[in-house]
Design a protein around this ligand. Structure first.
Ligand SMILES: C=CC1=C(C)c2cc3[nH]c(cc4nc(cc5[nH]c(cc1n2)c(C)c5CCC(=O)O)C(CCC(=O)O)=C4C)c(C)c3C=C
Ligand SMILES: [Fe+2]
Ligand SMILES: [Fe+2]
Length: 364
């Protein structure tokens, strides 16, 4: 298609963000705990509590990021994904001039800066793509809400469509299965018995699931089941657990730490699979690779193998291309016009009670 008739389509990739140096750790934590999607208290209580918790958590978090040279690798790896996705989309020649942008929720680049960049580029339309396969109000929901605020503040008024979730997307599942196969075979080669697969996801407080009807936990289970189906290993021993608890609230379980201890009691080789993260960062490189490995070593677990995240695996990137095309065409097929698409257009392949997907007329 000739360049002059191509529409400019901005793909906005969302992730959590991480500190880019030791001095960023405390303000990053403050931004996280000051998010009403994380602590649902009215101000000034949330602000004061966020100040308190971020100060208390800072030494622990500094220690975590010190293992990574004082900063998170999340942005760099997300940039690699953005580059790979942009190349794949433009190679398809689907009538759009596609450009990928990144908006992080709690550290740079923030939504405000990215919204200004999208406006300066002259986008005709946008697709919002959370880099979270499973929807949670604490992650994708929070990012999309903040993006819409940033667009209003920047005067960016072009139509937008949102990919809600893609927990069983074939590209994501097949890329994960490829990585798991590699780890599983390595563990098997040690000849210490049949390995147990532990799908470990970032936890959330129980109240997030029960009070907000958040589909996160059920979608994590669907993702894990889809990977297991794809692996098709007869008699596979597997389960889902949740890592990264913070604070005194009750979190969803079982906890990954408890399951590592149980594997120690059972004397089975363990293969840990991150199922909610699509890039490496502190929760994989420090929590899984250092902290939990130490526990496993202490318990004499015969093998502890941690599977890599999908990052820019070609199958995962191809899966994201499909998510973008589904988002575009599903809404077009339903005749959602640019006005309502701007505020209400969500594509959701799941049957969870995604407020916006189930009630297209509902205010967000
Ligand atoms: C699926 C992904 C994530 C969910 C769900 C999630 C919920 C959630 N997280 C916290 C508190 C913290 N998370 C921290 C780091 C962090 N969290 C995610 C993803 C999810 N969080 C990522 C990708 C990262 C890593 C960032 C990086 O290193 O680049 C941290 C900071 C690290 C630490 O101090 O441990 C905190 C704190 C809560 C409270 C929550 C749900 C309510
Ligand atoms: Fe987190
Ligand atoms: Fe959804």
């Amino acid at each position: 298609m000739p360049d002059q008739v191509r529409k400019k389509r901005a793909i906005i990739l969302f992730n959590l963000g991480g500190p880019d140096g030791p001095e960023a750790v405390k303000p990053f934590l403050f931004n996280l705990f000051n998010d009403p999607a994380i602590i649902s208290l009215p101000n000034p209580f949330r602000f004061l509590l966020a100040k308190l918790i971020s100060s208390r958590r800072e030494p622990v978090a500094q220690e975590i990021y010190a293992h990574l040279g004082g900063k998170s690798p999340l942005l760099e790896l997300t940039q690699d994904q953005a580059n790979a996705l942009e190349t794949s989309l433009n190679d398809l020649d689907d009538g759009f001039d596609n450009r990928c942008f990144i908006a992080m929720r709690y550290w740079k680049p923030f939504a405000d800066e990215t919204a200004r960049a999208v406006k300066a580029w002259g986008a005709d339309e946008m697709i919002l793509l959370p880099l979270y396969p499973q929807f949670s109000t604490t992650t994708s929901g929070s990012s999309v809400k903040d993006w819409k605020r940033a667009c209003r503040d920047a005067g960016l008024t072009v139509p937008m469509k949102t990919a809600c979730c893609y927990p069983t997307n074939a590209g994501f599942v097949n890329a994960t299965a490829d990585m798991v196969r590699e780890g599983y075979e390595k563990a098997q080669a040690e000849n210490k018995g049949a390995p147990r697969l532990l799908f470990s996801a970032h936890g959330v407080p129980k109240a997030v699931i029960t009070k907000r009807n958040d589909p996160y936990q059920s979608q994590i289970e669907k993702s894990a089941q889809a990977v297991v189906d794809q692996l098709a290993i007869p008699g596979l021993d597997w389960l889902v657990s949740y890592q990264s608890r913070v604070g005194p609230m009750e979190w969803i379980g079982p906890s990954t730490e408890d399951e590592i201890k149980r594997a120690g009691q059972d004397g089975v080789p363990l293969v840990i699979v991150p199922i909610a993260f699509v890039t490496e960062h502190s929760e994989t490189l420090v929590e899984l690779d250092i902290e939990y490995r130490e526990i496993a070593d202490h318990l004499n677990i015969p093998v502890y193998e941690r599977v890599r995240t999908v990052c820019s695996h070609p199958k995962f990137i191809a899966g994201l291309v499909n998510v973008i095309h589904d988002t575009q065409t599903a809404l077009d097929a339903h005749g959602v016009d640019s006005d309502s698409a701007q505020t209400r257009g969500w594509w959701c392949p799941d049957d969870h009670v995604c407020a916006t997907a189930k009630q297209p007329g509902a205010a967000q």
